[in-house]
Write a protein that binds this ligand. Sequence first.
Ligand SMILES: *Cc1c(COP(=O)(O)O)cnc(C)c1O
Length: 437
Amino acid sequence: MKYYSTNKSIRNVSLSDAVIMGLAEDKGLFMPERIEKFDPSFFEQIDKLSFQEIAYEVARKFFGEDIELAKLKNIVYDTLNFDCPVVPVADSIWSLELFHGPTLAFKDVGARFMARLLSHFLGDTKEEVNVLVATSGDTGSAVANGFLNVPGIRVFVLYPKGKVSEIQEKQFTTLGANITALEIDGTFDDCQRLVKRAFLDEDLRSALTLTSANSINVARFLPQAFYYFNAYARLKEAGVLRHKELVIAVPSGNFGNLTAGLFAREMGLPVNRFIAANNENDIVYQYLKTGEYRPAPSIETIANAMDVGDPSNFARILDLFGNSHQKISKAIKGSRFSDDEIRQAISDTYNSHHYLLDPHGACAYMSLQNSLATDEVGVFLETAHPTKFLGTIEEILGAGKIEIPEKLQAFMKGEKKSIPLSFEFEEFKKFMLSQAR
Ligand SMILES: *Cc1c(COP(=O)(O)O)cnc(C)c1O
């Protein structure tokens, strides 16, 4: 299958090129030229299939023409060596828990899949690829852990010194092997600027093969469709979808996760509507209301992975619906919540339902409360484990109430290794050139 750019001013490219390039040369986002539908009978039997089996069927629809099926199956099964279960929280509201992977956030799914796919495409060339990723926290850890020990790939994580939490820092500075952490004496924006400049630098480009692993990469966002299908299967299996329609609420920042859900629906997944849950960064909420898309500088909130003022995947949503505000606002409902509302929801849900929400999942949970019709069942995406936001949770519930999962504790025990650099491009460039071999 070919991939086109949402800006439509380049020729269509192969999957391999789309994955290696990340962003199209005309700065558009890649889209698959076709979205293949499942036969309705697939959904009648879907509850008999395991998560991995379902994911493989979905992956075949996207990537089946471009990779040998046995290889694709390996990639899918290897990516999903953890579960994404659906658990009941309140009346007609279920949580799709996406935090059972190595870094306890949903980004593990896309990052692990992309690492394996990229390695597959590089397999024949024997070329070594250097992945540069700037992070303000979660992306760096998912990408670093997803690419750990993947042959042919080296990862350089650039992060702002003193501006990520201790847990987050440990998740990408203690790994060693093919992962190098660069501690930049500057801000997240400085890190991002260094990465962008590196891609444009002739000397670096001739010495090293560079690529990026952010969420605009098709290999990172498409695999997120897997768990939407699984949520449907598990709810059907539990018998809760009899005479009921499904509503899915997604805590949204760059809108990659929600876009993957929209793709799942295009493939035939029976979803009545989606709810995009925002924090105070409500650009899409306003768009849904008014039809006007007005990017703005991001506002800091306690659901910080959603602090995005110009969501990068919005271009894909526009493209998918032919720029029709009417169609988009029919498929997606908006919602927005303040930090105070998020705190209240975390506390209330913990006290009345004994379920601990993280600040992002809390927005999606609230968007289902009071909005479900009697013939609807709601699922919200729990995008990260609440203990990744320990400080915030302890402020709300009091200290010492919650246990830190062993997986996180294991990271805390590792020894931090990073290379300190200033925010000067020349210093970064000199370091990268020293890595050429
Ligand atoms: C990245 C992230 C989000 C936002 O996901 P998008 O795909 O960018 O909309 C939400 N919650 C958590 C915990 C995240 O890490």
